[in-house]
Design a protein around this ligand. Structure first.
Ligand code: AMP
Length: 634
């Protein structure tokens, strides 16, 4: 496929904010995509060249992009920088400057999707001496063949900021619409898109007024239930025995695609299976070792009573350890550790690998654990921020192991003896864990658990958990399956404080006087319904001037300064990358920030290096917290 075709689709997508329209546009594109390119298109439509689970990142700094634009256009690098400062968007800069150049030379080669995809993947493999020049060359090569609008989207993809708003939900639905025949009874519910209207015009079809009535049964295959769907791979339209059956079938199909995605974190693999093996193939998709799985998330319950109401009685109560999640994959001698962000941290934790080798009696499994630091002298747990240093540590690891030892608290199992265990009930998974983990105190243990249906006992356990320095407790439904990536109410957490928020830093102000070398006040944002970041406040408290006392201004400035997208006076806008956890006194309604809310007295608690932008708190959570807070205040 020509890259220009994909770019046309990007343009269409950015012109609508309606989810159904976006879905139809993507579905149309996927229908036109050949199988060999379906994986690439599925990734690129989401602004990626590597699937979510992959360790590999394009990893190109804004400065390299501006250099590449300079090389490709022959315009002085300073001029490119100037333009960048003016617009704040390197994609727009590339478009404008390439436009000027093209007018002068009228030269253009056609770019193919495959060429773009391969060159962008190549960027991730370039490292070491001379790598800056090589990256600039590779990008400049693409830019020279690109049209202005292609240049814009190329640069946005490289920056990992495509911004065409295709979320997981739309992509999932688009796979359903494009890889399976149409469910005619439901078709009437779909809004027509520009693409469809145009196609209709082209084929001179008369627009149907009431689609449901005009279904031409003779042109449809009749089907009783979704289980038969794979027989009709090459048909256009399916007519179910009833509208209810069609709806049920559609929901099952969507659930099957969701399942495939949850197992792989990779839509490019899901579409390949959907096309090749159909509905049954999707259902058979499974977890694979060394492909990290999303962690199951837990809603917050107000108290023990509320927890029982969601989870049922009896329930399992566990300590909620204040560390970070490590997902451990074992096949034979090979062991790999991943954070909740799919970052591989095996090298940073040789002590954990050793503990697993000695005390886990299964050589083909994936388990979920919380790794907590403790003071080697007192053996008391230490705060998360202390131990989080070990995640980023690349050198002198042995020394860090001695200074900051950790205990692995295993709380779930996702895969055992070559098979996924996530569909087994919690009590069975726990029983498997008890068999394979041979606990050793302060090295590797099973999370502390108590099963009860009595509020009084549960409250006692909760207090005990807090006394021992844990964050709170987890309350789990004994019969529930493990559902990667969703807060489904199979388990809840109970914690004492006003829930903290994980927010992305999207901007900052340079300080004044003796603080002028640092950024000192940070604009922070949460995610809205469309996963866009919306500001919710400015944080300057909780950050230290001196090293050794916690997160410092110097440290944050260092992390952000190469990602400044725009600068006006003392204010800068930065590419959202850094996630911090904040406490606050209250949530207020506000017109100052784009979220519509403001945090009163926000304070940085810690850096969340284990979290990415997609893990930031959402507007839904903030709304819920706002309502709870009003409830409390009467
Ligand atoms: P939250 O991030 O607050 O939604 O809580 C979920 C996280 O709590 C999980 O991802 C784990 O990292 C952590 N956690 C700590 N202890 C447990 C436990 N006993 N069971 C499940 N998750 C736990």
């Amino acid at each position: 496929m020509d890259y220009s075709k994909l770019v046309e689709v990007y343009e269409k997508l950015s012109k609508t904010s309606k989810r159904l329209e976006k879905t139809a546009i993507v579905a149309e594109l996927l229908r036109e995509t050949k199988t060999e390119e379906a994986d690439k298109i599925t990734l690129l439509i989401n602004g990626r060249v590597f699937p979510e689970w992959s360790e590999q990142k394009i990893g190109v700094a804004s400065k390299i992009i501006s250099k590449a634009i300079a090389v490709a256009t022959g315009i002085a690098p300073e001029k490119v920088e100037q333009e960048w400062k003016k617009t704040g968007d390197l994609g727009d800069v590339a478009e404008n400057l390439i436009q000027k150049k093209k007018q002068a030379t009228l030269f253009s080669n056609k770019l193919s999707v495959t060429k773009v995809f391969t060159n962008l993947q190549k960027l991730a493999t370039i490292s070491g001496e001379g790598s800056v020049d090589q990256k600039v060359q590779l990008l400049a090569e693409l830019l020279t063949s690109a049209s202005p609008v292609e240049a814009k989207y190329l640069m946005r993809t490289v920056l990992e900021e495509l911004r065409v708003g295709v979320g997981e939900g739309s992509l999932r639905d688009a796979i359903a619409w494009s890889c399976f025949p149409q469910f005619v009874q439901l078709f009437g519910e779909r809004e027509e898109t520009e693409v469809e209207k145009e196609t209709e015009k082209k084929t001179e079809k008369v627009k149907q007024k009431s689609k449901k009535k005009e279904i031409d049964e003779s042109s449809c295959k009749k089907i009783e239930s979704i289980e038969e769907i794979d027989k009709y791979k090459h048909t256009d339209k399916l007519l179910f025995i009833s509208e209810e059956e069609a709806r049920l079938a559609y929901n099952k199909l969507i659930a099957a695609i969701d399942h495939g995605y949850n197992m792989t974190n990779d839509f490019s693999q899901v579409i390949a299976i959907a096309r090749e093996k159909g509905y049954k193939g999707l259902l058979a998709m499974d977890i694979q070792p060394f492909r990290p799985v999303q962690v199951m998330l837990y809603q917050k319950a107000k108290d023990i009573k509320d927890a029982f109401a969601t989870v049922g009685k009896p329930a399992a109560f566990e300590y909620k350890y204040d560390g970070f999640r490590i997902e451990c994959h074992i096949v034979g001698e090979k062991i790999k550790l991943y954070t909740r962000n799919f970052e591989e941290v095996t090298k940073q934790f040789p002590d954990v690998v050793e503990a697993v080798k000695k005390h886990v009696k299964c050589d083909n499994c994936i388990f979920d654990s919380e790794v907590v630091g403790f003071d080697p002298k007192t053996t008391q747990y230490v705060a998360f921020q202390k131990i989080s240093q070990r995640i980023k540590r690349k050198y002198e690891i042995e020394e860090a192991v001695k200074k900051l030892p950790v205990e692995v608290n295993v709380f779930d199992i996702l895969y055992c003896d070559g098979k996924s265990t996530i569909d087994k009930p919690f009590h069975e998974r726990r029983a498997i864990l008890s068999k394979i983990i041979h606990p050793k105190d302060r090295v590797i243990v099973l999370s502390r658990i108590m099963i009860t249906d009595k509020e009084e006992e549960a409250n006692k356990f909760y207090n005990e958990a807090l006394d021992k320095g844990n964050e709170g407790i987890m309350v789990k439904n004994l019969e529930a399956i493990y559902k990667p990536g969703s807060r489904v109410g199979f388990g809840v957490k109970v914690k004492p404080v006003m829930e903290s928020l994980d927010v992305a830093i999207v901007g900052a102000d340079w300080g004044e006087g003796k603080r002028s070398k640092w950024m000192t006040s940070f604009t922070v944002a949460i995610r809205d319904e469309e996963n866009k970041l919306v500001a919710i406040g400015k944080v300057g408290t909780g950050i230290k001037e001196l090293e050794g006392e916690g997160v410092t201004f110097a440290q944050l400035t260092e992390m952000l300064k190469d990602d400044v997208l725009d600068e006006k006076g003392k204010e800068v806008i930065v590419k959202p990358k850094v996630v911090i956890e904040v406490h606050y006194e209250e949530i207020q309604k506000s017109t100052t920030y784009s979220s519509g809310y403001a945090l009163r007295f926000p304070r940085l608690i810690r850096l969340r290096e284990d979290k990415g932008i997609k893990d930031c708190s959402t507007i839904e959570q903030v709304e819920e917290l706002y309502r709870e807070q009003r409830g409390r205040n009467g």
